[in-house]
Design a protein around this ligand. Structure first.
Ligand code: ATR
Length: 283
């Protein structure tokens, strides 16, 4: 029951009404009996400074941040986790007194998803499709885990810039290849893991995939960060090729679990979160 003692965590962004985080996080609080509640607030771009003051004054326990504030919020933080700083985006904030501390849980969410399926990362050859917000976070985290990373993005310059940034900020090397069938097919032959961080395949455009079964092999592990539908066309094609698959629900839940741990200091009930997400998405 919500009482005078209930701790509040919130999501801020615009839009926020389609987010699954309130349901997933509230299910997690309930599962382990924490007196917390998670609510979503629509905060327009220009309203961010006021919202930040509000978070401090109302003494919220923490927040999630989504579009359009993920980069801009950095200017309002008192501390930032080194890996979120490199990524240049924050999706989780913890309040300690009047200090706000920023983190990015997307990369760790991807690692958590792979690890939960016993997929090794260190020293593995990984092809990452996409260099958008989520792709950046995943790329930085993978190179720091000593993966051999190749990035392929529709607009080549974005992948090139990301590789330069990775080199400057981490000293690690990554390569990039054009998003063309022949380049990708050749690359995948020597890859252990393929990750789709683009929005291709997301409902309502369920019939789309950047990679088909004839471009994959049975030793490949294929992870999609698209979670609606849960079984994307990419994952169906991967199954056809005999590859192991990790769906977007894993990434969604593991990045949420990481935020949960940051706010509460407790290990998140990942299975309960996953079951809730499954019920909402309907798979
Ligand atoms: P997110 O924060 O979810 O990563 P984003 O920053 O808008 O979203 O990034 C979307 C990613 O999907 C980008 O890598 C984008 O490629 P471009 O940078 O070339 O735009 C990729 N993407 C979206 N639609 C695509 C399509 N039809 N084909 C290939 N890539 C696509």
């Amino acid at each position: 029951m919500i009482s005078g003692k209930t701790e509040v965590v919130s999501l801020i962004g615009d839009p926020v009404e389609h987010s699954f985080s309130p349901m997933i996080q509230n299910a997690a609080f309930k599962e382990i009996g924490l007196d917390y509640v998670y609510v979503a607030f629509r905060v327009k771009k220009e309203a961010l400074p006021g919202a930040i003051e509000g978070i401090k004054s109302l003494e919220l326990k923490g927040i999630n941040i989504t579009m359009p504030h993920k980069s801009k919020i950095i200017d309002h933080l008192d501390k930032i986790d080194p890996s979120a700083k490199k990524i240049g985006a924050v999706n989780t904030v913890k309040r300690e007194g009047r200090n706000l501390i920023g983190f990015n849980t997307d990369g760790r969410g991807a690692i958590g998803a792979l690890k939960s399926k016993n997929v090794e990362i260190e020293g593995r050859n990984i092809l990452l499709l996409g260099a958008g917000g989520a792709g950046r976070a995943i790329a930085f985290t993978l190179v720091e885990k000593n993966a051999n990373l190749t990035i392929s993005n529709r607009h080549l310059s974005k992948a090139k810039n990301l590789i330069t940034e990775i080199k400057e900020k981490t000293g690690e090397k990554a390569e990039q290849i054009p998003q063309k069938k022949e380049d990708i097919t050749k690359k995948i032959r020597n890859c252990d893991i393929l990750i789709n961080s683009t929005s291709v395949g997301m409902a309502p455009e369920r019939g789309k995939t950047l990679i088909e079964s004839d471009m994959m092999h049975s030793n490949l592990k294929v992870m999609d960060i698209v979670y609606n539908p849960i079984k994307t066309l990419l994952l169906k094609e991967a199954e056809k090729a005999g590859a192991k698959t990790i769906d977007g629900l894993e990434m969604l839940v593991h990045q949420g679990a990481e935020s949960f741990r940051i706010w509460t200091g407790k290990k998140a009930p990942v299975e309960a979160m996953k079951n809730t997400a499954k019920k909402i998405i309907g798979g």
